[in-house]
Design a protein around this ligand. Structure first.
Ligand code: G
Ligand code: G
Ligand code: MN
Ligand code: NA
Length: 254
């Protein structure tokens, strides 16, 4: 496969880069977290989005070294912001199933935390529901190990997969991220409004915090807030941006 070779070379040539999107807690009106999002700066094709290469990286296993690069780079970036005097933030990093199935994931995470000096409590691994449904015993063991290290775990794109509500209670999950497809058409669409408010209610009953993704308008924000969701992420606040721009945003406020 041509793309596989190209991805491998891209990793060697350091063509990958990260963008950072703020996560805002409306209670204090502050940025409390950041999600690292992968991009491929292709020499000819320009900026390539993850939809176009992450699944190939997963199929070929290249997601393992690439994911390690993402984790190290994002942790190091957070430490750099702190060293520059910015407040400490929780860092969200997307982890694919293929990475999670590796028995050495927890060791890799521990090593990167140590190398970068990032406190485990401030790292949040974003997992998908699909991942939770695969090889469940190994998955649970890995989650428990990471959780025991202090690393936070969240379910990304929540509501789009098939996770049983029982897992939410049984597994060491800290947070749900409501998929942006449910946020897009609120408050106008009654079904999506019902789904979004139900997810918030269930999460809170289970002592999980909730992040709404893809918030683009004041009307969406107002609806989510009135249903008890205080933590949000989306273009309404900021697109994923470069590190320097992110530092500027943090220093000057949203
Ligand atoms: O940034 P963007 O909206 O284009 O991201 C699209 C998808 O790519 C999202 O589902 C996101 O979770 C995924 N993605 C972004 N960065 C990473 C990453 O570093 N690792 C993995 N596995 N997925 C990522
Ligand atoms: O699957 P995951 O939640 O990791 O994907 C995050 C993706 O969502 C990123 O690709 C990011 O660029 C995108 N994104 C972030 N905020 C918004 C938003 O407000 N609207 C839309 N349409 N996409 C968003
Ligand atoms: Mn995510
Ligand atoms: Na999502």
């Amino acid at each position: 496969l041509a793309l596989e070779g190209a991805l491998r070379r891209a990793l060697e040539r350091e063509e990958f880069t990260l963008r950072y999107q703020p996560i805002v807690d409306l209670r204090g009106g502050r940025v409390v977290g950041v999600e690292a999002l992968l991009r491929w700066r292709h020499p000819e094709r320009g900026m390539v989005m993850p939809e176009q290469f992450v699944s190939i990286a997963e199929e070929t296993g290249l997601i393992v070294p690439l994911g390690e690069w993402v984790l190290r780079t994002a942790c190091a970036q957070c430490r750099e912001w702190e060293a520059a005097g910015l407040p400490p933030l929780r860092l969200g990093v997307n982890i694919s199933a293929r990475q999670f199935q590796r028995p050495d994931l927890a060791d890799t995470v521990a090593r990167i935390l140590e190398e970068t000096g990032m406190p485990p409590k401030r790292l949040e691994l974003e997992l998908t529901e699909t991942l939770l449904m695969q090889s469940l015993e190994a998955t649970i063991a890995a989650m428990q190990r990471l959780s025991a290290m202090g690393v936070q775990l969240s379910i990304d794109d929540f509501g789009t997969g098939y996770s049983s509500l029982a897992y939410l209670k049984r597994l060491p999950i800290d947070r749900l991220k409501i998929d942006r497809s449910f946020v897009q058409d609120i408050p106008g669409d009654p079904d999506d409004a019902a789904i979004a408010s139900a997810i918030i209610a269930i999460a809170h009953k289970l002592d999980l915090t909730v992040v709404a993704e893809g918030v683009e308008s004041g009307a969406q924000l107002a609806f989510l807030r009135s249903h008890g969701c205080d933590v949000m992420q989306g273009y309404y606040f900021s697109e994923p941006i470069e590190p320097a721009e992110f530092a500027h945003l943090l220093a000057t406020g949203l």
